[in-house]
Design a protein around this ligand. Structure first.
Ligand SMILES: CC(C)(COP(=O)(O)OP(=O)(O)OC[C@H]1O[C@@H](n2cnc3c(N)ncnc32)[C@H](O)[C@@H]1OP(=O)(O)O)[C@@H](O)C(=O)NCCC(=O)NCCS
Length: 157
């Protein structure tokens, strides 16, 4: 696995959509969804790749003048618990800080224990809740809103 994170290429959107579907089987995003998001000013995608299996981790984010937002983040099931998500968040924090943003915001399903544990481990704090925000196998799930202050560095593995 390459330790390098790099910018997503347009030619990789099909492979990205496949990995996104593995990470989010209830509400996968299409190539068109990705294209529409990446057309927004300040949006970009970054990847970790492996020579054997291609894309193993991704983050799509939106960096604005004050706040950055994680639009989606995922790691292939076989590559989890190796620090890839933490590295992607550290990289976003660095890019956002360089562009003057002061916070990173995100929404996460209230029952997504792995993601909540990840965000808490890098310093995000709970800011609020959006009831019934997500599709879920049982209907709708609540979203939690987390924020990370960029006044300090995120620990990098
Ligand atoms: C959540 C997700 C992105 C984490 O990716 P990852 O690369 O495995 O995370 P990391 O290896 O960087 O983990 C960093 C820390 O997060 C926490 N963490 C990550 N996965 C965890 C899990 N399954 N259970 C408990 N804590 C977890 C731990 O504190 C971990 O540190 P440690 O391994 O030293 O204990 C990954 O599980 C995933 O893709 N899930 C499906 C998609 C998803 O839910 N995305 C987030 C939507 S908001």
């Amino acid at each position: 696995m390459s330790g390098e994170l790099r910018l997503l290429l347009r030619s990789e959107l099909g492979a990205l959509a496949k990995l996104h579907a593995q990470c989010f089987p209830v509400d996968p995003w299409t190539v068109r969804d990705f294209m529409e998001l990446l057309a927004i000013r300040g949006a970009s995608g970054h990847l970790a790749t492996s020579p054997d299996t291609g894309i193993v981790a991704f983050i799509l984010d939106l960096i604005g003048p004050d706040d950055a937002e994680i639009l989606t983040i995922g790691v292939a099931p076989g590559a989890r618990r190796r620090g890839l998500a933490r590295a992607l968040i550290a990289d976003l924090s660095k890019r956002a800080r360089q562009r003057g943003a002061r916070r990173v915001l995100l929404e996460v399903a209230a029952d997504n224990k792995a993601a909540i544990s990840l965000y808490s481990s890098v310093g995000f704090i709970l800011l609020g809740e959006r009831p019934g925000y997500y599709k879920s196998p049982s209907g709708r799930a609540d979203a939690l809103i987390f924020g990370l202050s960029l006044s300090r560095e995120v620990d990098h593995p």
